[in-house]
Design a protein around this ligand. Sequence first.
Ligand code: AMP
Ligand code: MG
Length: 338
Amino acid sequence: MKRAVLLSALLLTLPLAGCSMRADTQKTVKSVFAMDTYMELTAYGECGDALDAAEDRIRALEQMLSATDAGSEIWAANHADGSAVPISADTAAILREASAVHDMSGGALSVSVYPVVQAWGFTTGTYRVPEDAEVKSLLQNVDDTRISYTADSLTVPADMQIDLGALAKGYTGDAVISMLRDAGVTSAILNLGGNVQALGSKPDGSAWMVGIAHPFAPEKELGTVRITDCAAVTSGNYERFFTDDSGVKHWHIIDPADGYPADNGLVSVTVIGRSGLHCDALSTALFVEGTERAAAHWRKCADFEMVLVTDGAEIYVTEGIADVFTNQSDMPVKVLKK
Ligand code: AMP
Ligand code: MG
């Protein structure tokens, strides 16, 4: 099953105004459609066939991780009637991160929320508003603590199904960055539809400038962050949504506490950190947690920074990136302190 994403390039890499690349720097760009999104991989300098190898790796990960493609490891686990199925080291690494962020977010990230996501039609594009009783019934089988896994096997209880869609692109970005690094590339930028990952800095040594989509007008930019050797991952309520007959908007990030689109004060969350996997897991979790809990979560951790946009049109930026964030909107910015 493949579906085009409404607007895939939610974070746009921009040329840094006033800086010029060295004219002799070779630039290689590869576009890939995978994981329901348009991806663009850009490497600077000599990179041989590293981007072709990266595309192969992306496709292999997609085949492994897709919840909808029969033949994937996740599909097999979801259809094994509660038996253990073999999994790769890749899937095991994502499951470990999912469990860790599930626990630290009080269950805001729950990969077992998948049947509820399906009920709203987000996996097929055939959207519907499920009855309250249906949501409540499906929620009874949302419980990540009942999933068990080892380094090479996964057991999903027969009455449950999981989906790693909230983390898969982050893991994929990390995998591609590490392949490029191993191939000797020192400067590259990946745009995996809403996930931007940077290897090193721009060839001229300056930071990459990454645009963050404006959640109330996603074709425009809210602002930019300057990053080096980092991931910048956004989860937003404008990325995938439908509007029902009464004009109510329903989006794809579900609060496992009630089975409805998470509506806890945030319309977009951008997480910046070294690990794409961690940033991706967190962007979804913090979106569900909402403004207050997200701020408290950040205060307990030293491994990420974030930009929050509230439904009241305010921007919160954590102090660690306040000086590399440029606001281009008319929304006020508040700096969160530890
Ligand atoms: P992201 O764009 O990274 O925030 O991931 C959103 C995707 O993760 C959705 O399209 C769903 O497939 C899935 N999802 C939605 N809500 C949750 C949740 N609370 N926990 C885990 N996965 C979720
Ligand atoms: Mg995510």
